[in-house]
Each structure stands twice: as structure tokens, then as C-alpha cells.
Design a protein. Sequence first.
Length: 441
Amino acid sequence: MGFIDTLFKTLIYPIIFILISVFFFIYPNEKFVLIIALVYTTILMVNLFMKTINVKIINLFVLFAFSYLIPVYYYTFANKIITSYDHSNNLNLLIKYTYIYGLFFTVLAFFLPNSISNRGIRINKKDNFIIFYVNVSICLFIAFFSKSGESLLSSGGYGQTEISNLGGFAIGEYFLIFFFLAFKFSGNQKIKKYILIILASIYIIESLAFGLRNEFIQLSILLFILYYKENGKSYGYFAFILLGLYFSSIFAVFRSNPIAFLQSSITENLALSNVIDNENDSYISHQGDVIHSSSRIINFRDNGITSNEVIYSSAAFFVLSAVIPQKYLPEEANIAAYKKDEYPAGGGGSLFAYFYFWLWYPGVIIIAIYIGFLIGNYSKYLNSIFGAYIILVFSTFPRWFSYSPINLFKMCMYSLVIYFIFLLIDRHIREYVSQKNQLVK
């Protein structure tokens, strides 16, 4: 199997992608190019799915990424409208999106090891009650005070009212860092495990009350990383995925109109029709909106809508936004929100679309190599000093893969720094206790 994997990732997939590239540049507006690219990327993603099945969190990322091909299938084979923004239902834009998607995962697959082992996938914990309760306190503060505004029930639905961040700073998602640290320093005491469960429940309830589905999903993924035991069996894993998809779809219906949802019968609210697409001429979804936003970003560069000056300044301001809040930077620091009045979008965009905008095709290749490196070294670095970064990266992939890449370099990097500080504190506490015990003797 090792030889076959090497053959496919180093020879067969690159050759096929080169042939697709030839068709793409000769026939950029022909539907058969979209079909070929779609079939190729599907085969590639199925291969990645099978390759990563032993490391469930990586496998979950692959499944998540694959979901952003589903609207393209509806467009290609069912002739359905996949977004409410008319210009993103254009054939040439979907061809370009699928082509760059294929490039990203072809390069990522090339740089993955032939097998991804689940050996050593167990997070070692330390026992330090001071650090544990400090992080629990920070988590409680974030859960209760990071956001303010009307709940879904008060406002009548998600997006109907403004949700304010504490001091104008979006610190809500930083709950994940301190929750991980609380877990890391919790030892093996059951009472601390129960405290973490209560803490997670409080954050989830607060997030759902405001309709913040992404925060709930990210914490669920973090809990999955921290508590799921790799045992070679996948029944629980697939049950987790199916229940997650079902609940997410039901919650999407609830948050769009909570009053109507509560007034409807339980059987109507929990019906599978809320999950499965209705038979009409459109398939409007979060994934379709992300494809639209990504196509918009790609189109900015391809059609000269943004000058080279804006492209380079956007890249520079993106780097600066890792240490300076975006609200203090020019509009192009967040290219997803740039010129929204002229080119409307829901926000966000695929990881590879941003890097295509900033660095053209080399940018897509660079970021694919980086993600491939993180995936290939997941188990290696899990319990190292870089463990906090690795865990936060894969807890937040719904954010950096389909909204903004800033979390990949900001919040996740902050987790590394904060983790290092607490490790130093832990060492000094242990040295102090050891010296005190020696004096007593």
C-alpha cells in the first residue's frame, strides 16, 4: 500500500491535475471542464478520507472540506442555484473555484506521509489546581461577559439585532484556549472533569442563545479532541458526525425564526426535511455562500477589480492583524469585507481563496504545504510545547478554512504563547513547593 500511495500522490494525481490544467486554460468556460475537475477532486478527497481514517480529527477536517464541493454538485448535475448572489452562479467562477480547490488538496496530499498513525494520540495532563482554577475563572468570565445583546428569542432571529463584543474586542472564541489549559492542568480528578463539563455546557448555552453556531461547533470539536479515544472502531465517530449534522441543521432552522419554531410541533421541527434538500430549483446553504465569497475574492484579482497596491497592502495588513485588531486597520485588511457595497457577500471565504488573492497560485501551494505539514505531524507534536497550537488549529478549522485564515496565525499562535507562560508558572510552583517541603523535613 505504501508504494501505491506514493505512486498516486507523487505521479498519478499531479499528472491528472496537469491535464485538467491544460483543459482549464484552453476551455475556461466549458462545463465539461467543471465535471472533470469535480470528479477528480472527489476521488482525491475520498482517498484522503480513507488515508486519515485512523486519526479521526484529521478525518473530520477532510469531511468538512469535502462539504464545500456539495453545492458544486447541485449546480453541475441538478442545475440548481447554489447562492442568492446571482453573479456567483456563473459557470466560469465555479470552474475556477473547483480548480483552485483541486490544486490546494493535490499539493496537500503530495506532502502528506503515506500513512498517518494514531500512535501516541493521547493528551498527557498535569495536575496543578492553581492553574486549573485560574483558567476556569477566565473561561467563566469570557462565557458570561464577552458578548452582550438580545438573545435569539428576544430579537426574533439571528441577524435581527447587533451582538456587541466586550470593549469591541472579539474575545469569545478565546474561551477555547483557556478551556484547553484547564483540561491540560486538571490531572485525573473526577471533580475537575465535572467542572469542565459544566463549564462547556455554560459556554454552549450562551453561544446558542445568541445564535452563534460556529462557537458551539468549535468547542464540540475541541471536546472531541480531548475526550475521544482512538480504538480502531468508527461507530461512535460516525454517530457523532451524523448527530452533529442533524443538530446543526435543526438549529439553523431554529435560529432563522425561533418563535415560529417553538410554535410548531415537535415532529415538524425534528423532521428530516429540515436536513435533506427540498425539491426546488435552488440549494441555498452555508457552503454555497462560502463558495460565493471565495469566488468573489478570486475574481477581485483575476479581473483587476483590485490594484496590485491593494493586493500587497491587504497581505501586509493581514500579517499586522495578528497583533493589531482589524478594527484599527484599513478596510483591505479584511478582503472578505472589501467593497461589499459594490460586490455583496455574506462574509468569509475559503482559505485557499485568500492566499490566491495575495500570492496567486504560489500562495495556494504554500498554504497547502503548511496544512499538510500540520496534518502529517499531528500526533508527533500533540504533547510537545507546540501541542496547544496543534490542538487549537484543528479545533478551529471551521473558522480558518471557510471564514478567515487569521485564526490560524493569531488565536492559535496566542495559545502557544499562553501555554508556554503557564508551563513556566507550573514549573516555578513545583519548585517552590519542593523547596518548602525540604525545609519542613
